[in-house]
Design a protein around this ligand. Sequence first.
Ligand code: AMP
Length: 186
Amino acid sequence: MNLILFGPPAAGKGTQAKRLVEEKGMIQLSTGDMLRAAIASGSELGLKVKDVLARGDLVTDEIVIALIEDRLPEAEAAGGAIFDGFPRTVAQAEALDAMLAKRGAQIDAVVRLKVDDAALLERIAKRYAEQGRPDDNPETFAVRLDAYNRNTAPLLPYYKAQGKLTEADGMGSIESVARAIDEALA
Ligand code: AMP
């Protein structure tokens, strides 16, 4: 099963992906985590994307598509993946469909976590205070939210047209969101 957790930054995708990994043995493919690891390691890729992440902009489609492609054999061996923070543009979604089709696989479900903007801003302020992730600062977060609304929200009709989109209420506790996701997947 290949699942996309879809939603704006700080919607809770990472938290829910980790739970699904523990419960279902799937693997989590988070392009944000991969890019942060590249930056931390000081690799060539890390140096290239560092400023882009710091600004809150999207890195190029080419970079994230290559990162995902590298991990698809591992996902296949695990019986599927949870895509977290990928795809973020229609071009990425089309590339993902093509890469999976080449391997005889497909996206089975897309679960959209719905969280209103006021709740997102509250969450992000808390996460910034607790974890100090630089791109969670209010100005950069506004850029990230804008990138979501401009580039990523248009994916909703893309997956709706494929009949794969389900919605889960992303407000509330981690447990209640988990229940909503499980219901959406049932
Ligand atoms: P995230 O942890 O998913 O919020 O991602 C953190 C940052 O990494 C984003 O603000 C982007 O700069 C970059 N990033 C992560 N995933 C993608 C993607 N699929 N496409 C473009 N940029 C991405």
